[in-house]
Ligand binder design. Structure first.
Ligand code: SAH
Length: 492
């Protein structure tokens, strides 16, 4: 009988839909009030700020208040945009004619309700200060770098939280962004007239955004426009392949380069081990295709993956080949890079956090240690047929001053550990198997070389796993390195 091979169950690349849409507690929409009529009735303490906001958004605001507060009186004449007119009388139904937006600012519920109903009947969008149950729309916290505007809502659940988020975003967005975003708006037409393809335009806007982030306080000039245009035109065109490391699971371990590649991709070919949240960073229009190879389940053939990748790039697509961990660690990246080169397709690699790094960090163990581990080695637990590789360097595996990380260790765990002991590895050497590293389902089974296989069998845990062996694992965080972060410490 021949041993079953890993590739025995064929599978075809399969188009998948990115999920990603969680329930939204409110829908943020941005209302253009320039030149439109808005009405505010009443004079409660929230009124003056609301009037200012409406006017700042360019509205023509009529305020009806028989007894306006001192503060409300001071608003007309201080407008930065729009216009405010104060009418010192009660509102009347006719006042609502043509109003796009209406705000009730009453101390009492009853007059507010009457106003809200009349405003709705007149076709206005309605808000009532401090009365969320009467509102069609609510105001959130604002970060204003017009034309760049950020609105923040906690749906009234945690206003202080919202304010803190606002302060953080304020700090992230320099005032100078106003000028850059305004320039983008003004240049839009010239860019569209000169650059035709989607990918090219996108490259231009990325170049502009990079400049804004690099020099937020410089005012962009026409020289920026022409330089960015010529640079975009000079850039190589056509499809390309980027091998991107998706990391071991936690989406926050993605690099900024990986994020950018995902945002630029027309098509993403991904493996089963790639966490689905990571696909949410892709553009909504991007095609996503599962081209997974699993250790024991159905697998796409590597040749089919290479051919698909090359043909998509040849048709002009930006292809991201999204691989778990680091693409250059046990990822058959060499074959994919070679296939691209042979076909004359430009190929780049964006590294990722390999499963070993992710696991070590979340367990709070150092892979090297001045006293216990001078060397670190990554090996694979099975060969093409799924058996223990014949050519493992057993002398190196039995070395007492090494940390060994075994990828794909599950099928051959017991044999590998027994053989390592037979080759001279001390049976009491610390060993652990970590499942689903960096994911919410992470679990580690700890033991030593002589009992780990039994412990793992008894635990019956599912998911991708790494075997880690070596004295350094017993020592926890390296004494010579930094203290673990709070997050790491909590996970230990
Ligand atoms: N390029 C990947 C490895 C791909 S080989 C990397 O750099 O991490 C696939 C193997 O990686 C799995 O069989 C498993 O041994 C390991 N692996 C990947 N993700 C893992 C995770 N989140 N937890 C534990 N092991 C993982």
């Amino acid at each position: 009988m021949t041993a079953p091979t890993l590739m025995s169950i064929p599978r075809q690349p399969r188009e998948t839909q990115s999920q990603g849409l969680e329930p939204l507690s409110v829908l943020p929409v941005f209302l253009d009030l320039k030149g439109k009529r808005a009405v505010l009735a009443g004079s409660n303490p929230g009124a003056p700020w609301k009037v200012r906001l409406l006017a700042a958004a360019g509205a023509e605001v009529d305020v009806y208040a028989p007894e306006p507060s001192e503060e409300l009186r001071t608003v007309p004449g201080t407008e930065v945009a729009g216009r405010v007119t104060l009418h010192e009388r009660d509102w009347m139904p006719g006042d609502l004619a043509g109003a796009a937006f209406a705000i009730g600012a009453f101390d009492e519920e009853e007059p507010c309700l009457a106003f809200v109903e009349a405003a709705r009947a007149a076709g206005a969008i309605v808000n009532a200060v401090d009365r969320p149950h009467l509102c069609d729309v609510k105001f959130g916290a604002i970060v204003n770098r017009s034309p760049l505007v950020v609105g923040i809502s906690t749906e009234g659940a945690a206003p202080v939280f919202g304010q803190t988020v606002r302060a953080r975003i304020e700090a992230m967005l320099p005032q100078g962004f106003r000028a850059w975003v305004a320039a983008a708006r003004d240049w839009r037409e010239s860019v569209s007239a000169r650059l035709h393809g989607f990918a090219e335009r996108r490259r231009f806007w990325e170049g502009l955004t990079d400049r804004a982030f690099a020099e937020p306080d410089r005012t962009p000039t026409e020289a920026d426009l022409s330089e960015l245009l010529s640079r975009t035109e000079a850039a190589p065109k056509g499809g390309a392949v980027t091998l991107v490391g998706a990391g071991p699971g936690d989406a926050e371990l993605l690099t900024l380069k990986a994020l950018r590649a995902l945002r630029n991709a027309d098509v993403i070919l991904y493996d089963d081990l790639v966490a689905r949240e990571i696909l949410d960073y892709a553009r909504r229009e991007a095609r996503t295709m599962l081209v997974g190879k699993t250790g024991h389940g159905p697998s796409c053939r590597q040749d089919d993956i290479n051919a698909l990748m090359v043909s998509l790039a040849k048709s002009g697509k930006q292809v991201v080949r999204l691989k778990s961990g680091d693409p250059l660690v046990f990822g058959r990246a060499g074959e994919e890079i070679e296939a691209c080169r042979l076909a004359g397709i430009p190929v780049r690699v964006v590294p990722g956090v390999s499963a070993a790094q992710g696991a070590a960090a979340s367990l709070g163990v150092s892979l090297t240690h001045r006293d216990a581990a001078r060397r670190l080695q990554y090996v694979t637990g099975h060969d093409r047929r799924g058996a223990l590789p014949e050519d493992l360097n057993w002398g190196a595996l039995a070395d007492p001053s090494v940390t060994t990380v075994v990828y794909m260790p599950k099928r051959t765990l017991r044999t590998l550990l027994e053989r390592a002991v037979a080759e001279g590895l001390a049976p009491e050497t610390p060993a652990l198997l970590v499942f689903n590293a960096t994911r919410p389902t992470q679990e580690a089974v700890r033991g030593c070389v002589c009992d780990l296989a039994d412990r793992v069998e008894a635990a019956g845990i599912d998911g991708p796993a790494l075997l880690m062996v070596g004295e350094a694992l017993a020592l926890g965080v390296d004494a010579g390195s930094e203290a673990p972060s709070a997050e790491t410490a909590a996970a230990v």
